[in-house]
Design a protein around this ligand. Sequence first.
Ligand SMILES: [Zn+2]
Length: 367
Amino acid sequence: MPGLIDAHIHLWGMKDNLLTSGIPVFEDSMIQAIRGVMDVWKLIDAGFTTVRNAGCIHAIHLRNAINEGSIIGPRILACGRSIGRTGGHVDLPHVPLEWWDSKRNSITRLADGVAEIRKAVREELRGGADFIKIMTSGCPRKDDDLTRAEMSPDEVRAVVDEARLAGVRTAAHAQCTAGVKNALLGGVDTVEHGFALDEECIDLFLKQKTYLITTLSIYYNFFTKGPGAGAQESAVNLARKWWEVNVESFKRAYRAGVKCGLATDCLGEPMFPMGDNALELELFVDQVGLTPLEAIVCATRNNAEALGLADKVGTLEPGKCADVLVIDGDPLEDITILRNKKNIVTVFKNGAEVPRLGPIGVRGING
Ligand SMILES: [Zn+2]
């Protein structure tokens, strides 16, 4: 089968609990990038031959190290830093500005109004971004108002316009109706997460042929693993509530014929370990009701189209890059086969056999 694609992850080398650390800004990016070296190997070892990183500069360097042959990992599409508004989701309004200003540099940046946004896009492109990621809404947490969008359609249009000048695509984090709508009105190529879609949103998706990159794993992991990882009960309950909204919304969009990719929003250990990404395919089947083949198509062909890589990966055809998995078992019968690395016999990327991480990994060696 074709190599799998995860269209939204974060290679920022997190090895802490997101719920206690807030966001991985308490460490030097050097140690985070070093962890990332192992994380990218875990991803390709799990059959994910392409991933798209949705915000942090670590992935730019990991991509370059992979492409120059220094380390083993998947094809990476990286966006550099995500772009958000002052006082919005990535501005962490609950922490002191001076403190956050000194920490946010490797992950995100702020831009307000069309002129600043154009400049921010150009700077991220200068830094090596393959695509541009923006924030048009908050997320389910107490600081964020999910009745409101965080960027205007005009601001989104400026992002899209600048990105198209450079020939790259755009992705919008949008976790509420208003945020999704402004992202769509502004013309982004992919809507990430895409919660709480109303009929107008679904019509816009269909009319503009925009891709929905939903991310079920993240909230699923939050409420299933959170209690054991020290998460507060209120955070676990919030995750469960939004998981339900997400599943319901995704079901309607898929059935209506919206083009859908597949992604995990994998953030790192301990709740979101790299290499466990095939969980998302299981959730598509068990929770949303897709067939195993439909889930695999979302994770391969559809993702390749959404990312602008359809001429290279996503299907097994002459002239493509030969990202191929040899699987022991039939995932069309049992989708859970893909999450057990024992069943992934061989991984090829660009036609070359990928050295495997082994059953133990460094963790076993080092104790
Ligand atoms: Zn994300």
